[in-house]
Write a new protein. Structure first.
Length: 181
């Protein structure tokens, strides 16, 4: 159901918070199908638990999609765009692998070309991309979607039959971590 990382990784949340990272890729059909479950689960998470999203960084296509994610976050439009990006790719069959296509999509959410250009290759976005690449390696991510609970437990693999199972195992590990706080 889950594996334990040999070396626990630090989290971006405060020490009294259990962090759950959803590792995903916009181009992954399973991640697209998992998104509604994650959105609902995030609303139900108990006090002291924080969900963060981590775009996987394996290759140049993942990188441009991660850059899109962090650009949306930096511009304050991630909440409205995250699910919409999945739909654009999976329902409308848009690959979103060129900067111009991504800029056009951002334009439909009220982001000016100037703001997009200033942000897409900005230092804060580059810094987050480097961190995402490092975490992809340190978490030893081989497939997506998956959950990483408090930088220690990777929920994926045999025994996980469906998205409900993944969330149930995540909840068990959250309880373990909360008991240790």
């Amino acid at each position: 159901h889950y594996s334990v990382l040999t070396t626990a990784q630090g989290t971006s949340s405060s020490p009294d918070v259990v962090e759950v990272a959803e590792v995903f890729w916009y181009g992954c059909p399973h991640c697209y199908n998992f998104d509604p479950y994650i959105v609902k689960w995030e609303e139900e998470l108990p006090e002291g638990v924080e969900l963060v999203r981590l775009p996987v960084m394996w290759n140049p296509t993942n990188e441009i999609h991660a850059r899109m994610f962090y650009t949306a976050d930096a511009l304050g439009v991630l909440d409205e765009m995250h699910t919409a990006i999945f739909k654009e790719m999976h329902l409308n069959q848009k690959q979103l692998t060129s900067e111009s296509d991504i800029e056009a999509l951002f334009g439909t959410y009220g982001v000016s070309s100037e703001d997009f250009q200033k942000t897409f290759r900005s230092f804060p976005v580059e810094t987050k991309l480097k961190k995402a690449k490092s975490l992809t390696q340190r978490y030893r991510i081989q497939s997506v979607p998956l959950l990483v609970v408090n930088g220690k437990y990777v929920v994926t693999g045999p025994g996980i039959k469906n998205f409900e199972d993944m969330i149930a195992v995540g909840e068990e590990l959250i309880a373990v971590e909360q008991a240790e706080l």
